[in-house]
Design a protein around this ligand. Sequence first.
Ligand SMILES: [Zn+2]
Length: 234
Amino acid sequence: MPARQVAFQKNFPIIYTMMKTGGIVLRKEKLSDRLLHLSIYTEKMGKINALTKVELKNFPLSTESFSISQFTLKITGEKIEIIDAKLLKHNFPENLPRYKYLNAIAKYVINFTGGGPDKRIFNLISFYMNIKKNFLLALTMFLIKLTYFEGLFPVLDKCVICNSKNIKGFSIENGGVVCEKCIKNTSIPWNRKLTKEAQLLLKTSFYSVSSCKIGNIKRIKNTFEKHLSYRNGM
Ligand SMILES: [Zn+2]
């Protein structure tokens, strides 16, 4: 702890608040033998970074990556400390593909969410962290729905520049599809079929989507990734 902070604490009472909230562990890092850093998406505060002094031994999975837990937080200014964590549901990956999938979901949340808490996003993460098959489809659907909830859904039904319906490409800079006349060499190839599929994936729930062509799914996922990265200054 820096010396200035210690001196400050000796002379003034430390003001802090306690809060209980549900949270999903996105990432866990060991800073030392006795200190953990956790990135968590919480119900009440949205995305937070918190410290905890030791692994909470009574509930060993409660601070693991991808676990959903009830956290008791001590908030002192900018600093958030986990005092207690009770496991509600663990999502311990049983194989490498599922680990990669859960890690990708966590990365999307870390990179692409901002602002305050959003119950819809909390529920979206909880639901998609529970998926155990069709990871490419699930990841793409998660990304599309997250884009919508973040208020960053691209214009897909007409040219974002001139309103023409003759869709030929997707412009990352302009945040939507472009027509034959407005397309540039930096645009990603796009068509009406991809628009229809992306809109379907937004409106449909995971378990009711049956068939989608894998090639198209990858194109949609990569485009939405680029779209969100650009809008988040990455
Ligand atoms: Zn146009």
